[in-house]
Structure formats: C-alpha cells, structure tokens
Design a protein around this ligand. Sequence first.
Ligand code: ADP
Length: 168
Amino acid sequence: MSVVETVVYPGSFDPVTEGHMDIVARARRIFPKVVVLVAYNASKTGFFTFEQRVALIRESVEERGWDNVSVESHPGLVVDYLKACGHRLLLRGLRAGGDFEHEFSISLMNRRLWPEADTVYLPTREDVMGISSSLVREVARLGGELDEFVPAPVARALRSHFERTTHG
Ligand code: ADP
C-alpha cells in the first residue's frame, strides 16, 4: 500500500484567485500536505513577479490558518521540481469547457518527461467557476469590486498597483 503524503498544485497564479483557493481548501482536506507551486509558463507574460505571487499566496494561506499548505516557486519544469523534492503527484483544477483538452495534454507531457509523475483533478465549485486571473486583472484595471474574486491581500495589491498607475 502506498500513501500519498504531499500533492503539488502548480500554476501561474498571476494572481491567486478564489477559484485557486477553493481547490487548495478542498485538497488540504484530502491530502496531508499541499504545496502550491508558482511555476513558469512560457505562453503567459507576467503581471506580478514570481516573488510577489509567492508572497500573496503565502499571506492568503496564512490569513486562513491553513497550516498544512506551503508555497514555493520553481523557474523550470514542474517534473524537475517533483524529482528534486521526492514528490510524484500533481493537482490541477478543472473548469467546465476549455480546461480539459489543455490539462490532458499537460499531464501526458509530464508523464513522458518523468513516468513517475501523475496528476489528479478537482472540479471547480460552481460559484467560482467564472473566475480567472486574467479576468480579475481586467476588473482591477477598470476599478471594479474585487473582494468576491480574490483573497484580501491580492485585492489590496491590485488596488494599489492600479492607483499608482492611474495617479502617476
Ligand atoms: P496555468 O497558467 O498553469 O494554467 P493558472 O494559475 O491559470 O495556471 O491555473 C492553475 C490551475 O488552477 C489550473 O489547473 C487551472 O485550471 C486551475 N484554475 C484556475 N481558475 C480556476 C477556478 N476558478 N476554479 C477551478 N480551478 C481553477
């Protein structure tokens, strides 16, 4: 029998949203430990830096008192992080519609890169399904209310970023 100790949840998290936080909240009740991994995504240009994204997730996790969740970053391949840390299981969230094909090919590629790697998925909760990092950035840019979509530290960071951009 094998017991999974740690699941690694990789993503861009630019920034972390209540959609991501819901996946983490549910995963931490299934697995003893969850590592949220801010990973490099070549097809996305960054808004927040790696360090800012890590800090915002850490603050959000601490604020909720989630003591079995840690936050790390890795600039290279996610499977290289797994190998280096002795973990094998990845976690991803699935929203209805577009995510499936994309997620499926990522998991196949990861397994080709390292056959020990496997991925589990949690389906999104209905009320956070429409939330994505890119939409949140757009709402913030236009001065919309953010509190429902992102944890408080993220809302504060977005507001202060766009206040600075607008007022000089
Ligand atoms: P990536 O650039 O690697 O796709 P994201 O930060 O956009 O990283 O997303 C990380 C993971 O979280 C992905 O598996 C994505 O499908 C999932 N995810 C994003 N938003 C939601 C949401 N609202 N509900 C559930 N899962 C989500």
